[in-house]
Design a protein around this ligand. Structure first.
Ligand code: ZN
Length: 129
């Protein structure tokens, strides 16, 4: 089960004021997000061209690294960038913030759909009484 499935299930059980309260909460959380960046960070280990280097040891090769790289696609363009060691942690935070942004956006949309549905439902019950 994905996170959005569990959101949707929980949203289905909320009443109108709970949905409105949760939307306000999501909005506050969006405003509080720090710097962000799309993508993912991967670790690379390399072999060099130097003869007799430890990375080519026939028995216990020890590759160089880790080197960190950020890969992302934005507006149809894919990019990969190497990160200096001191850039890795800040970038992890930015990538996490971006992921959070997407989750919050999806939740807000789900809440909006639910709010609309619940309001129509309420109207239907009110009309005819
Ligand atoms: Zn080497």
């Amino acid at each position: 089960m994905t996170a959005s499935d569990s959101h949707d299930k929980a949203i289905g059980m909320m009443n109108l004021s709970q949905v409105r309260r949760r939307i306000a909460q999501v909005q506050r959380q969006l405003l509080a997000l720090g710097p962000l960046h799309p993508g993912s960070i991967s670790e690379q280990y390399n072999v060099c061209g130097q003869p007799g280097c430890r990375c080519k040891d026939p028995h216990q090769p020890q590759k160089h690294g880790p080197y960190y790289q950020l890969s992302f696609t934005w507006r149809g363009k894919s990019s990969t960038r190497f990160l200096r060691p001191e850039q890795v942690e800040p970038m992890r935070q930015k990538v996490a913030n971006y992921k959070r942004l997407r989750e919050l956006m999806n939740e807000w949309v789900s809440l909006g759909v639910e709010l609309e549905r619940a309001e129509r439902e309420k109207e239907k019950h009110t009309v005819g009484h």
